[in-house]
Ligand binder design. Structure first.
Ligand SMILES: NC(=O)c1ccc[n+]([C@@H]2O[C@H](COP(=O)([O-])OP(=O)(O)OC[C@H]3O[C@@H](n4cnc5c(N)ncnc54)[C@H](O)[C@@H]3O)[C@@H](O)[C@H]2O)c1
Length: 349
């Protein structure tokens, strides 16, 4: 007798890298960034509902591997993500990820997907969401320091969500800047490659640092940062890995995702444990003030939080409906008689 086929519940939609790329092009890259920004913002407004924990990090000499779980009581998600700055020299990505969504009522997964691209999209959307609330009104000029894998996503989210028109670029490796200019050529953005960080930040409304180095780096020093700018510090996201001189923090108002995680991983790891911060969700939901004056320096000390991945996973699940941008994977053993798991194994002989 032929072994019984897996039940419908055993099959989990899986979005490969190839299908994620098809899905993103189908929707449109800038539309995805705008819609993801809205999705993350909607979840930040219901922050209280979520289970929250600093991510579980396994550090090594070479990098970090992390698990990022959360749940809103109805849906559960986690992401597996790594950060290995030295990977690039070996032709590998610094950051790779995949993630899963499950229904809380049964614990059965409902989506498994690549998240390397999705992380770049959600990180850019989160930056745009923060900038929407914190950047100077009518910001038009963005500086991007660190022109690696995240860079174009960051630039496009700022264009699509905030109306940024000019992007000034700097990277210690000019080939990274050349690549970014090439990739953004047809987007309508005015692109200004620069030969120093100092030149790149000239006249900027928003400065985004997204460099990768496993050390306390000083991408920006205090004298470089003028009044009134908004800084998105994305690359400092691990113990021992920061991008800003602490004096900049002392002149800024700092906004964070989840303080217990950011105090371990963010720029504020350089500060005392009670260093004052404002939680971004409070700004988004109108409970705390964002930018309060033209001369204020606002800093989004971004490290990446599980709720952003939750929003992104749910967004992908919604977008998949009615498309064929997924495969069905037989991941869950689901015998007809739930007690007869062994019988199912026997019948497969
Ligand atoms: N906050 C978040 O949610 C989040 C999400 C994804 C990635 N990240 C972090 O963002 C950073 C960038 O990620 P990526 O995937 O683009 O990495 P990447 O390795 O592709 O690019 C990093 C770039 O930074 C450049 N760089 C290194 N040191 C520099 C310096 N001193 N000045 C200027 N440029 C410098 C490198 O030449 C490289 O081009 C990483 O540190 C990563 O961990 C954060």
């Amino acid at each position: 007798m032929a072994a019984p086929l897996p039940s419908e519940r055993a099959f989990i939609p899986f979005v490969s890298v190839e299908n994620m790329m098809r899905l993103v092009h189908h929707v449109g890259i800038e539309t995805v960034l705008v819609e993801l920004t809205d999705a993350i913002e909607a979840d930040f407004r219901r922050w209280d509902l979520f289970d929250k924990t600093p991510r579980v990090a396994s550090h090594s000499h070479d990098g970090v591997i992390e698990l990022m779980p959360t749940s809103d009581g109805a849906v559960y998600s986690f992401k597996y993500v790594n950060g290995h700055p030295k990977n690039m020299a070996q032709g590998l990505q610094t950051v790779t990820a995949f993630g899963l969504l499950a229904e809380v009522s049964t614990g059965y997964p409902v989506l498994l997907t690549e998240m390397t691209l999705l992380t770049a999209l959600r990180t850019a959307a989160t930056s745009a969401m923060a900038a929407k609330h914190l950047a100077p009104a009518n910001s038009r000029r963005l500086t991007l320091i660190g022109n690696g894998a995240q860079a174009e996503f960051q630039a496009l989210a700022m264009k699509a969500v905030l109306g940024i028109e000019e992007v000034r670029l700097y990277d210690i490796d000019p080939r990274a800047t050349e690549k970014t200019v090439r990739n953004l050529e047809k987007t309508g953005l005015r692109l200004v490659p620069c030969t120093s960080a100092q030149a790149a930040i000239e006249g900027a409304d928003i400065i985004t640092t997204c460099t990768a180095d496993k050390q306390y780096a000083t991408i920006l020093t205090d004298n470089m940062v003028g009044a009134g700018v908004h800084i998105n510090a994305i690359g400092g996201d691990c113990p021992g890995k920061t991008e800003l001189h602490r004096d900049i923090l002392l002149r800024s108002d700092t906004f964070v995702e989840y303080p217990p995680q950011t105090r371990i991983e963010g720029e504020i790891q350089q500060m005392d444990a009670d260093y004052p911060v404002t939680e971004l969700w409070q700004v988004v939901s109108g409970r705390a003030k964002g930018r309060s004056s033209e001369r204020q320096i606002t800093l989004f000390d971004s490290v990446g939080f599980a709720i952003e991945d939750f929003s992104a996973l749910r967004y992908v699940r919604e977008k998949l409906a009615g498309t064929d941008y997924f495969q069905k994977l037989d991941i869950i053993a689901d015998p007809d008689d739930p007690r007869d798991l062994f019988g199912m194994l026997l019948r497969a002989a």
